[in-house]
Design a protein around this ligand. Sequence first.
Ligand code: G3H
Ligand code: ZN
Length: 279
Amino acid sequence: KLVNGYDLMKYAQTRNLVLPAFNTTNMEMTFAIAKGLNDAQLPGYIQISSNNLRLSDPETIVFLARKAAVKYDIPIGLHLDHGKSYADVKACVNAGFTSIMIDASHLLFEENIAAVKKAVQYCHFYDIPVEAELGAIGGKEDDMASESDCKTDPDMVLDFVERTGCDTLAVAVGNVHGLEAKPKIDISLLEKISKISPVPLVMHGGSGIPFDIIREAVKHNLIKINYGADLRRAFVTTFGQAYEKNNMETDIIDLSLSGVKNVAAVAENLVKTINDIPI
Ligand code: G3H
Ligand code: ZN
């Protein structure tokens, strides 16, 4: 069932669970993510980045996510990932998203604070939690690329969280977006930030982070880990392999169904692994 973001976090915290947030793009990915979570019988998020709203608008994604989640008993949140404007934040809250990220991390510190504060005011009125980001995560995701990967400065964390009122904090600790750059997670920096931050932390760029590092990372007040590229690759590979075998292949229905199955299996494995449950 689709649930409010605060309820989802409470559900995870009382059971000592880490929540995966899987990026969707379209109907098949949305259905696959919900299926993967249900197959694992573990909670998590379906999320879509502001960039992807170009393909699927907020109302469509809410419709699909509700449809995907309604048949399952586990709690699932619908999250705006890397919300790039106040307009996107409002559109997603109004459409029925249950959790929001505003990403103003590319701005100067004070401007980042102002943007997050504004989003928080809007979201909190509707009882929707807000994730914000401090520091710059490297790598490339969709058309969003960061040249610099400036790590989160622990000395700025308390001031940032207190003044913005954000509910979770996305950190840059050597994590990178996409599969091209290699992550190099600085666990001691993560630990330092976790001791200072009054709110739980979020790790972006989950794809490609070795599982032994994830197991270390989750000890430091991580509530949410984002996975995008791993799932997209599972979907695209399904089509690519079929085309390589037969370049006259046009059976989009069977291929899409296989894609859903393959993406669901990846999501199921990831949510189990980050919660240390044998696959
Ligand atoms: O916001 C989305 C994520 O941080 C996904 O990163 O594609 O490297 O798993 P990833
Ligand atoms: Zn991200």
